[in-house]
Write a protein that binds this ligand. Structure first.
Ligand SMILES: NC(=O)c1ccc[n+]([C@@H]2O[C@H](COP(=O)([O-])OP(=O)(O)OC[C@H]3O[C@@H](n4cnc5c(N)ncnc54)[C@H](O)[C@@H]3O)[C@@H](O)[C@H]2O)c1
Length: 246
């Protein structure tokens, strides 16, 4: 069975990617901060292997990749944190932390996997970016910069590693009712109000993202490389429709 290595796979979008990968015949290794967080997904996918670690800890990532016993066929670079705060109140330390996890660590994990995939001549990497890196909003500073940067890195990785047999793409989720956004939608009425701004007139689900990721990882997408697949119900490209005509 092919092996998928999913960072941040303990909960949210990552956990749903783990479930979808398992359903479609993949072995899965989860890399996340703590096993406790992964209790639910490990109940659903008991044969998934769990590895505790921080994506910013390069030595730990190397140790886990060595411990896997096989080179992953798929890396899903999903671990991420979000921060909402006006830039004027954001310290360099806070800014750096968001960039370190969302951009630098994602590139490091991609490089460590690519080093192992290249000698085999095949491998897939899917980076999870965000519609928030394409159409920015106030308070998202380092998150938006990191996600736009990861989109650019996806293109660059495809140019460097595509000729060596790898495919590297990204999935940019839009407004998803799940994962790190779960609390936002606990406020009554907000899901309905926000849905009105989406051409598909609904919020996205964790499953919508998992489907897109596993399609990119499949042979059906064998000629897709260096692409950012925006999964947002049409939101990002429709921002001009929100401008009221006189
Ligand atoms: N949920 C959304 O609305 C949304 C929208 C756009 C993009 N995204 C992106 O999707 C990805 C998954 O987000 P989510 O909504 O599932 O969030 P989440 O907070 O539910 O899950 C993130 C997971 O990543 C793990 N993680 C965080 N920092 C880590 C680190 N340093 N090392 C290892 N693991 C770490 C967490 O422990 C957690 O299990 C993120 O990259 C996020 O930016 C989410």
């Amino acid at each position: 069975m092919p092996l998928a290595f999913v960072t941040g796979g303990a909960r949210g979008l990552g956990a749903e990617i783990v479930r979808k990968a398992n359903e479609t015949g993949w072995d899965v290794a989860i890399f996340d901060l703590s096993r406790d967080k992964a209790a639910e997904v490990l109940k659903d996918v008991p044969n998934a292997r769990f590895f505790e670690g921080d994506v910013t800890d390069e030595a730990r990532v190397v140790a886990v990749l060595d411990e896997l016993g096989a080179v992953p066929d798929l890396l899903v670079n999903n671990a991420g944190i979000v921060t909402f705060k006006p830039l004027i109140e954001t310290s360099t330390e806070e800014f750096t932390r968001t960039i370190s996890i969302n951009l630098i660590a994602a590139c490091t994990v991609a490089r460590l996997c690519a080093e192992r995939m290249i000698p085999r001549g095949s491998g897939n990497i899917v980076n999870i970016t965000s519609s928030g890196g394409i159409a920015t909003s106030p308070g998202t500073h380092a998150y938006a910069a990191a996600k736009r940067g990861l989109g650019a890195m996806t293109e660059m990785m495809a140019q460097e590693w595509g000729p060596l047999g790898l495919r590297i793409n990204s999935v940019a989720p839009g407004m998803i009712a799940g994962g790190m956004s779960t609390d936002i939608y606990k406020e009554p009425g907000i899901a309905e109000r926000r849905s009105l701004g989406v051409p598909s007139r609904r919020l996205g689900t964790e499953r919508d993202i998992a489907e897109a990721v596993m399609w990119l990882a499949s042979d059906a997408a064998s000629y897709v490389n260096g692409h950012e697949l925006v999964v947002d119900g049409g939101l990002t490209k429709g921002t001009m429709s929100m401008i009221k005509r006189q």
